[in-house]
Write a protein that binds this ligand. Sequence first.
Ligand SMILES: Nc1ncnc2c1ncn2[C@@H]1O[C@H](COP(=O)(O)OP(=O)(O)OP(=O)(O)O)[C@@H](O)[C@H]1O
Ligand SMILES: [Mg+2]
Length: 138
Amino acid sequence: MLTGSIGMKSMTTVIALANQKGGVGKTTSTVNLACALAHRDQRVLAIDMDPQGSLTIYYSHDPRALEKDEATLYWGLMKDKTLDSLILAKPEVWPDLIPASISLAGAEPELTLLWDSATGQSRYGVTGVGVPKRRRNR
Ligand SMILES: Nc1ncnc2c1ncn2[C@@H]1O[C@H](COP(=O)(O)OP(=O)(O)OP(=O)(O)O)[C@@H](O)[C@H]1O
Ligand SMILES: [Mg+2]
């Protein structure tokens, strides 16, 4: 996933490279897209959302060491770290990165438990979720 301001000044464009199938080039495409955009003077933030940490490893970081320091995406999603504090800035023309490690695999079941307790699933057969309309930027 990459973010960068493309086109309009105050907008951030979020690009998610996702596919359920493994080995189809998600990480490779993310790296190349991020690199190409950074070379076009876009400020790019790459977010590794894969517990394998391939993107993190690609950028020469050690997911296990980062995990020990509570410095991976998991700690921003599930604990009290701010996402901002997890950004690893690179001095070269590389994107900044929020790294991931295997702990991210635990986030989904943890979120499911949170969801179940929040909706009181044991008491309700159906839960309706009200969502806001999509914000229009243009
Ligand atoms: N356009 C391409 N042409 C040839 N080989 C490619 C291309 N894109 C990726 N590959 C190769 O395919 C393999 C899988 O790529 P990659 O790791 O990016 O896939 P992925 O979807 O991120 O995999 P995973 O599901 O394991 O995270 C790698 O060996 C990579 O070098
Ligand atoms: Mg990958």
